[in-house]
Design a protein around this ligand. Structure first.
Ligand code: NDP
Length: 458
């Protein structure tokens, strides 16, 4: 008789939990995966995937306008929001089935219900107790909304992805990934968009040139960014929402969305009762092997609040499975993780910001901003910004930043180079592909003079 029912019980079928379970099972482990909602988790059901489908949908507005400059006459194009949401939902249903099938194919037992850890080796689900040698917590996070009078009127990105109608006007609170992405979607589809931030610029943590450049491009598209503002209250009047700010000014809109961060889903899982150590942000504290302070309990993904990105969760899940079910100890390297914001235009970065670089290195900054070839005919006044940060002493590239069409597609390739320790001389000796925007990355020759006022002009 085996000592435990399973080798591994995973709680949470999001990106990290699915990868860890699937891989562990493929290495011969007996695995159960418990999920109380839908397979795929935040990324597939409420995040990256549906958001990107909406971003694609929103892009057509600009494509139709740009087409005119190339001889096309696109008469009477209209958007049907419900059709987009229905198509998106159909795709999510398909993806969920694919996820389930992949897990079933390697023999993972799928259990629908809420798992609660009741001992270091026991999980209770649907009034049954199951035991496992290892338990993996991969339950992700959930949007947080600050306490504000009228809180009940607020939607988050969860609801924004499923609105029955597109609001004519929307106020989005927050200046992070989600806020700028949704501001771009609603603006492109024709809504009046107000983004309200408590700081003086969007995207805290990103390179200042990226933040300033993107904000300018967003404002050019008609998004109003209200800086240094805090919402005091939200009141419903005649089917609309009146939002009062700390400065005494107010706005009336059809919808109020908050994108003010996410918090790990650690409540009600039995973690505190068992003495699993949590961080001051209520995340599960783990070591580099994804292990908690309890030998048999592990955690991966957003619930650990390390780098909250899907590919990071997937790779944490992979490292866990490799280490404990394939005798291949694997520790994830958190340096040079590339990321993208699917704003309009999009942002993509790998490596560090100029601000971080200047704290440690003597740096050279290479920067370019230009109008992409496509817009010479479309007439659109949209620019691209690229920036390379170099350690003057070693010539090693410390950071690459881009705002503009296709930025995520371009920066993904450059991330490989940064991971290999690429130097600026190697950028310079690389032949460009002409005519592309990307070739600008290998043709920037002159660093900005230290006292450059160039960046003020971009
Ligand atoms: P972020 O942490 O990116 O941004 C939160 C924003 O809300 C910040 O602008 C912050 O302001 C503001 N904020 C926080 N609290 C308050 C408050 N009480 N009142 C007013 N404003 C407040 O969170 P998101 O919700 O945008 O995204 C959550 C996470 O999801 C991200 O960290 C990211 O890891 C992930 N994600 C990744 C995506 C991608 O890879 N493309 C897309 C979407 C999400 P301030 O800057 O002043 O602190």
């Amino acid at each position: 008789m085996p000592k435990y029912d399973y080798d591994l019980i995973t709680i949470g079928a999001g990106s990290g939990g699915v990868r860890a379970s699937r891989l562990s099972a493929s290495y011969g482990a007996k695995v159960a995966l418990i999920e109380e909602s839908r397979y795929g988790g935040t990324c597939v059901m409420r995040g990256c995937v549906p958001k990107k489908l909406l971003v694609y949908g929103a892009h057509f507005a600009q494509h139709f306008e740009d087409a005119l400059g190339f001889g096309w006459l696109v008469d009477g194009a209209r958007h049907n929001w419900s059709a987009l949401i229905a198509a998106k939902n159909k795709e999510l249903d398909r993806l969920e089935k694919v996820y389930q099938q992949m897990l079933l194919d390697v023999g993972v037992d799928l259990i629908n219900g809420r798992g609660v850890i009741v001992s270091p080796h026991t999980v209770e689900v649907n009034d049954k107790r199951l035991t496992a040698k290892k338990i993996l917590v991969a339950v992700g996070g959930w949007p947080v909304i600050p306490d504000v009078p009228g809180r009940e009127h607020i939607i988050t990105s969860n609801e924004a992805l499923d609105l029955s109608e597109r609001p004519q006007s929307i106020l989005i609170v927050g200046g992070g990934f989600i806020a700028v992405e949704f501001a771009g979607i609603f603006n492109a589809l024709g809504s009046e968009v107000h983004e309200v931030i408590r700081a003086d610029q969007i995207l805290r943590g990103f390179d200042d040139d990226v933040r300033n450049f993107l904000a300018k491009e967003m404002e050019k598209k008609g998004i109003s960014i209200h800086r240094n503002r805090i919402v005091r209250s939200i009141k419903k009047t005649n089917g609309r929402y009146s939002v009062l700010f700390d400065h005494g000014d107010q706005l009336v809109v059809d919808c109020v969305m908050y994108a003010t961060g996410r918090s790990p889903n650690t409540d009600g899982l039995g973690l505190k009762e068992l003495g699993v150590a949590l961080t001051n942000k209520n995340a599960v504290a783990v070591d580099c092997d994804n292990r908690t302070n309890i030998e048999s309990i592990f955690a991966v993904g957003d619930v650990t609040d390390r780098v909250n990105l899907t590919p990071v969760a997937i790779n944490e899940g992979r490292a866990f499975a490799e280490s404990f079910f394939n005798k291949n100890p694997t520790v994830l390297d958190y340096d040079n993780i590339p990321s993208a914001v699917f704003s309009q235009p999009p942002v993509s970065v790998v490596g560090i910001t100029e601000f971080e670089a200047r704290k440690k290195y003597d740096v050279e900054i290479f920067m370019s901003h230009f109008r992409p070839m496509k817009h010479t005919l479309s007439g659109r006044a949209e620019y691209i910004m690229m920036k390379i940060i170099v350690d003057k002493k070693t010539d090693v590239v410390l950071g690459v930043h881009m705002v503009g069409e296709d930025a995520p597609e371009i920066v993904q390739g450059l991330a490989v180079a940064l991971n290999c320790g690429v130097t600026k001389a190697q950028f310079n000796s690389t032949i460009g592909i002409h005519p592309t925007a990307a070739e600008e990355f290998v043709t920037m020759r002159d660093p900005l003079p230290d006292s450059s006022s160039d960046r003020e002009n971009i």
